[in-house]
Design a protein around this ligand. Structure first.
Ligand SMILES: *Cc1c(COP(=O)(O)O)cnc(C)c1O
Length: 468
């Protein structure tokens, strides 16, 4: 399996290199050259498999022979051992033809555990095979950082540096990062905003001497392997509810467009999905785009669902690539216009084709809170603000009576206790594995927003680790 860049100006890569590369050298994102196909009969034959068994079937074609099946199987098994529900991604009915898929049963309580637990193990496996080490550097507004730390802690071939904006992540989110005391984990609280953290990471990667000297790598959602691992729960939930003999609509609370793009990939691979409902908070650039055909940037406003406080959804580029008939030069041109003018149209035909598959809904803070309460009163399901946006958006979408709607619940309510308590009066409890989170000792280094100091800090930590 070859991977190609969405801007058509970077070398094609095999799976292992795509895993370690993250972003393509032309600034594009890697996608598979073609979509693996599963026939209706194959999909039917997957009924009754465990989540892990299904995961191996769905992902093997993407590896292109890079990893022997038995090794991959062992990695997949190991990835899901820390999940606290035997179904891994349990589904619950909350209405006549409406279900939710709970994707918060991993160690850090957000859906990002589902791909990242595997990605950490894939990194370690490939690096060891090559006799290399890597330095993972990432910025986080909360959920990615803890999920990445949890999957990379104590892995010999990896040092991981996670930069979060000081005082701007929730207490639960911060403690999930700073109470991990593994030697290869380095937490940095940056004096700045999330955008400053992201710029810092971009600048570290932009320094090619520094990048090459320390073999920098990324695990944010532009990494293809993350998308690959997220395709699995679309197949798992749909097959559990009757695919390929039923049709499905997925409602997905969306920020960077990675999660819903994985659903689009599942559809390209043969899964019977009719449509995607893209739920946004007050940062509603995608809703406005699907409604009007114009993608127009607006300032980011903080909301109750901070993991979706985003204006530029990086993974949307992967969808555009297909709608430009995989003409990367044309994609690059359209995105340059967007960068320069903060506004762009992709043409009537493309917009209509996207509208046939995607519907956007904006859910305000007030609607999110009343939704959390209504859903709890009606069904007993306590949802976090992100998950509630998915359900509320999904409820608004009209479908044929025999189509099943599945809303993805992306975080555990205890990850965002304040909003949940304000909405319902109920304080959501952390699961047993995290019950003592607030008694654990924190370890974090504070840093000013200064590139030179950051470079020196990372180099010094890497020296100390070598000496140890
Ligand atoms: C990251 C995140 C999202 C957004 O997912 P994307 O793949 O970026 O669209 C939604 N909900 C939660 C809880 C998240 O952590």
């Amino acid at each position: 399996m070859k991977y190609i860049s969405t801007r058509s100006d970077a070398p094609d890569l095999e799976f292992e290199d795509v895993l370690l590369a993250g972003l393509a050298r032309d600034g594009g994102l890697y996608v598979p050259e073609s979509w693996p196909q599963f026939s209706e009969n194959q999909i039917r034959s997957f009924r009754g498999l465990s989540y892990q068994e299904l995961a191996v079937k769905i992902m093997m074609p993407f590896l292109g022979g890079a990893i022997p099946e038995t090794d991959f199987q062992a990695m997949v098994e190991d990835s899901y051992t820390q999940f606290d529900d035997p179904a891994i991604a349990p589904i619950k009915q909350i209405g006549t033809n409406m279900w939710i898929a709970e994707l918060f049963h991993g160690p850090t309580l957000a859906f990002k555990d589902y791909p990242l637990q595997l990605v950490g193990r894939l990194f370690d496996y490939v690096l060891k095979k090559r006799g290399e080490r890597a330095t993972i550097v990432g910025a986080t507004s909360g959920d990615t950082g803890s999920a990445a730390i949890e999957s990379c802690r104590d892995r010999d071939a990896i040092e991981i540096f996670i930069i979060h904006p000081k005082g701007r992540v929730s207490d639960v989110q911060r403690r999930q990062m700073t109470t991990v005391h593994s030697g290869n984990v380095h937490n940095i609280a940056l004096d700045g905003t999330f955008d400053d953290c992201q710029d810092m990471v971009k600048n570290l990667f932009g320094d090619s001497d520094f990048r090459d000297a320390h073999n920098l790598s990324a695990v944010n959602s532009i990494n293809w392997a993350r998308i690959m691992a997220q395709i699995v729960y679309y197949f798992w939930t749909a097959i559990s509810l009757g695919a390929p003999d039923r049709k499905f609509v997925y409602a997905v609370p969306t920020g960077n467009f990675g999660n819903v793009y994985a659903g689009y990939a599942a559809k390209q691979m043969g899964l019977s999905i009719e449509k995607f409902v893209v739920g946004s908070n007050e940062n509603d650039i995608l809703t406005r785009f699907f409604d009007t055909g114009r993608m127009k940037m607006a300032p980011v406003v903080p909301t109750l669902s901070p993991s979706m406080d985003i204006q530029i959804s990086s993974n949307f580029e992967r969808l555009l690539f297909d709608h430009y008939d995989r003409d990367g030069k044309a994609v690059a041109k359209a995105l340059e216009e967007f960068r320069n003018h903060k506004s762009v149209e992709f043409g009537q035909g493309r917009w209509q084709a996207m509208q046939e598959q995607f519907e956007g809904y904006r859910v305000s803070n007030e609607e999110t809170k009343s939704g959390i309460k209504n859903i709890y009163d009606a069904t007993g399901e306590l949802l976090d603000p992100h998950s509630a946006i998915g359900v509320i958006a999904g409820q608004q979408c009209d479908v044929a009576p025999d189509t099943i709607k599945i809303a993805l619940a992306t975080a555990h309510p205890a990850k965002f206790p304040t909003a949940v308590e304000e909405a319902t009066g109920i304080h959501p409890e952390l699961p047993a594995a995290l019950a003592n989170l607030f008694e654990r000792e924190e370890r974090v280094d504070e840093m000013p927003n200064d590139l030179d100091q950051m470079r020196r800090f990372i180099e010094q930590k890497l020296e100390e680790r070598k000496a140890a």
